[in-house]
Design a protein. Structure first.
Length: 840
């Protein structure tokens, strides 16, 4: 699956030159568009909750057609979603989705911001969301984003007036945006922010409505639209050879981890926004009406506007460098502006335009992508001017140290330099700044307040090229990168990053002991240097025994790994805790795990997290031995059941037959199998026959949207969208004497402790009288749900349907989830109890 996605993306990326990692090389048309953008001084901030919530059509339209500075403020990084392209979940998925948003913005021309809010999973109501998030901190971050970005107009993706109608994060994003609109200009609010920014008042706030919010297209047609602005966002850009909607699809298709590949459309298409705050423009398609968006907006800007108007009118598509003398004059005037906000923004824009007009290429490549604190790397520096402009390289600044060069950059003569870069011995390793301290369920902890809102950790190592262009000093800063040639992909860029001398991880994240026998545990040590010599210990909870106490590691090559094995003896009773490998090198102790995330559509990511694995001693009994597993959308049922001693065989659905099924004590169907596996449509009767002959069949959650079969169960069973998102919600036993709650494990309330993210989802809400509901639970303020665990006798066997989130609880090593699942597998098998040697 992953390979296939890569292959598809490779083709797309190669056609469009869209590798996220590569430097931009604008052509003459793109330069011209940037000049037009330089001459527009207006800003739009789009606000929603998750990566993929944003309307890329509107963002692209504002950025490319209106030419406004456009940013998307996503309150979260999308950690709570599912990953369709790889194994990363939670904070690592948040890292991927952050980069997917940045790549999307490179395509649609927007900027990207975040708050410290964590996407903790589904939430039904903003009241719940705003309790789990620290409302004041998130509001503060929204206020900060507005004060820093200074938008004239804010557009919310969601409606703040309809709590409960969508994800609580969605409505919360709109509520906070509306609240912030009235606070940002008040200097008594979030005063500490005013040390680094200033108050600001946006002029208007809109809600990005659509027919969908009205229930149907017909209803929307008839609705009163006097409060709505509309734009035709299907506009065509000859300079790009693309419609706005085609750009939007390319941008949206970067949400690959969510499977949001999107096909471009062409032709006129209307987009609507509803005024929430501020005055209604008379022109129903101009959100900037009454706002000065020309250079006269800033004091002393008029002269710049006059020069730039001239540059725009006389731009030479055959020779963009002809504009350099005038651009240089505009650059000088911009340096004198008192308005530091626009000065900073427009300086950066005009520098990029000047560099592009001159065909100026500046790069600093390290000879390695990874280095450690205290080491030195070689930098290969390239500087070339591909125009007749008079450009001189005066000096480099590296690590605050200036080296004079005084080299003429003559037209198309490549200048190469080698410099050495020394990494400070106290330099911290590279990692996403929001993951360096432990946060809460709802919030990231960011200790360095200057980083709040930034999409990613700013690059530590840069080279500044101090040039004179036509006699005017202009400096360009480039991050140090690493590049290599891949025989298949060609030129591949990677960020240059600092890693620790040693990192380590336990091979498995959860290790289950289903009895008191010892287990061997592998620890993988990775070296960041040549000739690493050290010793590894395994920190562990009391009551557990680990031996030997220390293992020696000796790794010759930087980047290489060595595996050492420890033996762990669990306690006699049920218990759980964490183990952490500690690598001693000299007087340093390294306790973190180095995670590398490598996909073609986003830059290579290095993440350092505390190295931890969970160990669980389970008090568990089980009947039956051989489990057949039918894979759905992907869960860890096979590994998890193997950990507690079952023999699990994955069955190809095409091969389901009376003969193959006979072998198994129980069949477990993976999550959403009836949404994703076509073959199951024709195999249901065989599975039901297997149950009738004495087998157990356990079906995990499916959604009622696009079910492959009308016969999910041998009896009537209707799925709903009922879910219990509070993982602490009380669980009542409807049938306390039922076998499922008593055999072979006696289930009690402790078995529902320590659950993660939610209780379960997509519970059935209507079923035949043959089913017995076992549990009842509900979220605060919601009705009681009885459909989380349903069991029915069918012939000699049992059919069980469960929306309980075993797929989340197993990887988190939740003991009660394992004990209850063992009962589900064991139901009806009292008689064969003695056959199983694994039971004590
Ligand atoms: Zn969302």
């Amino acid at each position: 699956m992953k390979k296939q996605l890569h292959a598809i993306f490779l083709t797309l990326a190669t056609c469009l030159g869209l590798y996220a990692q590569q430097p931009k090389k604008p052509n003459a048309s793109e330069i011209y568009e940037s000049i037009k953008k330089l001459n527009f001084l207006g800003s739009v901030l789009y606000v929603a909750a998750h990566p993929d919530d944003e309307n890329t059509r509107l963002i692209s339209y504002m950025s490319n057609e209106v030419k406004a500075r456009t940013a998307y403020l996503s309150l979260t990084r999308g950690d709570g979603g599912q990953n369709l392209i790889g194994p990363e979940i939670r904070e690592l998925l948040g890292v991927i989705r952050t980069q997917e948003l940045l790549t999307a913005r490179q395509i649609d021309g927007g900027e990207q911001r975040f708050t410290r809010a964590n996407d903790f999973g589904y939430s039904k109501h903003p009241d719940e969301t705003l309790q789990i998030w620290n409302k004041d901190e998130v509001l503060s971050d929204v206020v900060l984003a507005i004060r820093q970005f200074k938008p004239d107009v804010i557009i919310n993706r969601f409606d703040h007036r309809s709590p409960g109608s969508t994800h609580g994060h969605h409505t919360s994003s709109a509520i906070l945006s509306v609240e912030a609109f009235d606070l940002v200009n008040d200097s008594s609010k979030y005063q500490e922010q005013l040390n680094s920014t200033t108050v600001w008042q946006p002029k208007r706030l809109f809600f990005n409505t659509s027919w969908w919010f009205y229930g149907s297209e017909e209803k929307f047609e008839k609705a009163n639209k006097s409060n709505l602005l509309s734009f035709d966002i299907g506009t065509y850009y000859p300079s790009k050879g693309l419609s706005n909607t085609e750009i939007a699809s390319l941008s949206r298709s970067q949400h690959k981890s969510q499977g949001f590949g999107n096909t471009g459309t062409r032709g006129s298409q209307m987009e609507y926004i509803e005024l929430i705050k501020g005055d209604m423009p008379n022109d129903g398609s101009n959100i900037f009406e009454g706002i000065n968006t020309t250079w006269t907006r800033v004091k002393d800007g008029e002269a710049i506007g006059n020069i730039m108007k001239n540059v725009e009118e006389h731009y030479n598509f055959q020779n963009p460098s002809a504009s350099i003398p005038q651009l240089k004059e505009a650059y000088k005037l911009i340096q004198n502006l008192e308005d530091t906000h626009w000065k900073t923004i427009k300086t950066e824009e005009i520098k990029q335009i000047i560099a592009a007009c001159a065909g100026l290429y500046l790069e600093a490549a390290a000879d390695t992508n990874h280095a450690t604190a205290g080491s030195s790397v070689q930098l290969n520096i390239e500087a070339i001017n591909r125009s007749n402009a008079n450009i001189k390289l005066q000096s480099f600044t590296i690590n605050n140290t200036k080296t004079d060069k005084n080299v003429e950059l003559a037209n198309n003569v490549n200048q190469k330099f080698q410099e050495s870069l020394t990494i400070d011995s106290q330099q911290q390793p590279t990692t996403p700044y929001w993951l360096t301290s432990k946060g809460t369920l709802g919030m990231y902890q960011v200790d360095d307040k200057s980083l709040i809102g930034k999409p990613e950790t700013p690059r530590t190592f840069n080279v500044t090229f101090n040039l004179t262009i036509e006699g005017t000093p202009i400096s360009f800063t480039r991050p140090v990168i690493y590049k290599t040639n891949d025989p298949v992909k060609g030129e591949v860029y990677k960020p240059f990053e600092i890693i620790p001398e040693a990192s380590a991880k336990v091979a498995e994240k959860v290790i289950i002991f289903d009895n008191d026998e010892e287990k061997q545990v592998s620890v993988i040590v990775k070296s960041g240097i040549n000739n690493l010599q050290g010793q590894v210990q395994l920190a562990h909870p009391k009551g557990w025994t680990v031996f030997p106490e220390k293992q020696t590691v000796n790794i010759q090559h930087k980047g290489a790994e060595q595996t050492v094995v420890f033996t762990i003896i669990p306690p006699k009773h049920q218990d759980e805790g964490l183990i952490t490998p500690m690598v001693h090198v000299g007087d340093q102790i390294y306790t973190r795990e180095l995670i590398e995330i490598d996909y073609d559509h986003i830059p290579f990511q290095t993440v350092l997290l505390p190295s931890e694995s969970k160990i669980v001693r389970l008090d568990i009994k089980k009947i039956g031995q051989n489990i057949g597993y039918i894979e759905g959308a992907g869960d860890v049922i096979p590994e998890s059941l193997q950990q507690i001693g079952y023999n699990v065989i994955t069955i190809n659905p095409e091969n389901i037959s009376e003969d193959t099924l006979r072998y198994f004590d129980a069949i477990v169907v993976g999550v959403r199998a009836y949404n994703t596996v076509d073959a199951l449509k024709f195999k249901q009767q065989l599975l039901f026959d297997y149950v009738a002959n004495g087998g157990n069949m356990i079906v995990q959650y499916n959604t009622n949207h696009r079910l492959k079969t009308d016969h999910l169960a041998p009896y009537k069973l209707e799925l709903s969208r009922d879910r219990v998102t509070d993982e602490l919600a009380e669980v009542a036993f409807l049938e306390p004497k039922h076998e499922l709650l008593n055999f072979p494990n006696k289930i009690n309330e402790h078995d529902f402790e320590g659950w993660t993210q939610e209780r379960g989802l997509y519970f059935p809400n209507s079923w035949g009288k043959e089913f017995t509901p076992i549990l009842e639970m509900h979220d605060k303020g919601d009705s009681k749900k009885k459909g989380s665990l349903l069991v029915a006798k069918y012939g000699k066997g049992y059919y069980i349907y469960t929306g309980l989130s075993f797929f989340r609880e197993f990887p988190a090593g939740v003991p009660g989830a394992y004990r209850l699942f063992a009962n589900m597998l064991s139901i009806g098998k009292e008689d064969i109890k003695t056959d199983n040697p694994l039971n004590d």
